[in-house]
Write a protein that binds this ligand. Sequence first.
Ligand SMILES: Nc1ncnc2c1ncn2[C@@H]1O[C@H](COP(=O)(O)OP(=O)(O)OP(=O)(O)O)[C@@H](O)[C@H]1O
Length: 252
Amino acid sequence: MSPAIETEGLSKRYDEEVAVNDLSVSIDPGTVYGFLGPNGAGKTTTMRMLTTLTRPTSGTARVAGASIEDRDTVTPHIGYLPDEPPLYDELTGREQLTYIAGLRDLPEAETHERMTDLFDRFDLLEDADKRIDSYSTGMRKKLGIMQAVIHHPRVVFLDEPTTGLDPRAARTMRDTIAELAAREMTIFLSTHILPVVDELADSVGVIHEGRLVAEGAPEELKRRAETGEQRSLEDAFLDVTHDTPETNVPTR
Ligand SMILES: Nc1ncnc2c1ncn2[C@@H]1O[C@H](COP(=O)(O)OP(=O)(O)OP(=O)(O)O)[C@@H](O)[C@H]1O
């Protein structure tokens, strides 16, 4: 079974700033991979390289079996929910999804069926025909994930998917992520919300100043290597990123 995501020495430099430094990971299909790191650690830059939106300075990566240099082969197999979902404010939610499904060459009947299911699941049926410029932040986020998965991609990249959602919507988002993973979708999940990672991730990578500083199952990261003592994922995160509890790392 070839990895869903595989990177080898992936690096991105902006002038003097090394945003991502020699990143090598291998992620199996059907895995939820929690990608953690403090602000400015290199998470978004990594996701932008893996989704072919920005080119690496050096190193290679394959996503869903194709090189990220081969944008046309990669993009049909991936979905991406960036921090700010790319939406057309003047469209309605339904028009936006129809447009995206059209770009993805999804047949009309399937589009209709999946759209109805997604609007229902995220409790947006009543708002489906309202213009996006009337949507709240949480509603935009919901529509953002809907358009990231409507074509049933093999690999989906989610940047802070639960931020801005109320508790019920956050629950729906977590349930949806778990369901997608059960359907063999690979989820690359970047978030600061450690309980979400703790609940969903099969594997966790921690990036700090562009480098991968820890990787393993959440349970492994929580177990102190030397003593076997259990600690929280928050403690583990703060430890490997050399922050202290005073540095205001959001955990909810
Ligand atoms: N277009 C750019 N030009 C210059 N520097 C950039 C650019 N994009 C990112 N950087 C820098 O690269 C580093 C990594 O940024 P990135 O956005 O990947 O971090 P992040 O882990 O996603 O952070 P956050 O959690 O705050 O979203 C930061 O120091 C940032 O200033």
